[in-house]
Unconditional design. Sequence first.
Length: 134
Amino acid sequence: MLSQDVLAHLAEVIESRLPKNGGDADASYVARLLQKGPDAFLKKIGEEATEVVMAAKDADVGGDRHKLVGEVADLWFHCMIALAHYGLKPADVIAELARRAGTSGIEEKALRKAVLRDASDGVEIPTRSPSPKN
């Protein structure tokens, strides 16, 4: 099975667990996360991202590289739950990656800043929240 097919199939299963599609929170982990709302699955995404970082750092010092694969799979899975909640599919992410193919990360970041600058008529909009000052 092609990777896109695996992602598409998993996305269908996740979508079937959406509350609007009758997902049963008593029988499904995904339905339970979706029923709890964004705070629940976004928290899981943060936890899984941290576990990816830890597994990668371990792999750098001779740890089990397969653990990194497993942690990335967990992260992708929870990101797919977020996509489903917001009415998006893995194909949307793949299309965005395809759109970016051949563009350097430096160029892509500069383009995003230019678009934000143009949209605000010369007032640059921050791309992330500023850190609180102590």
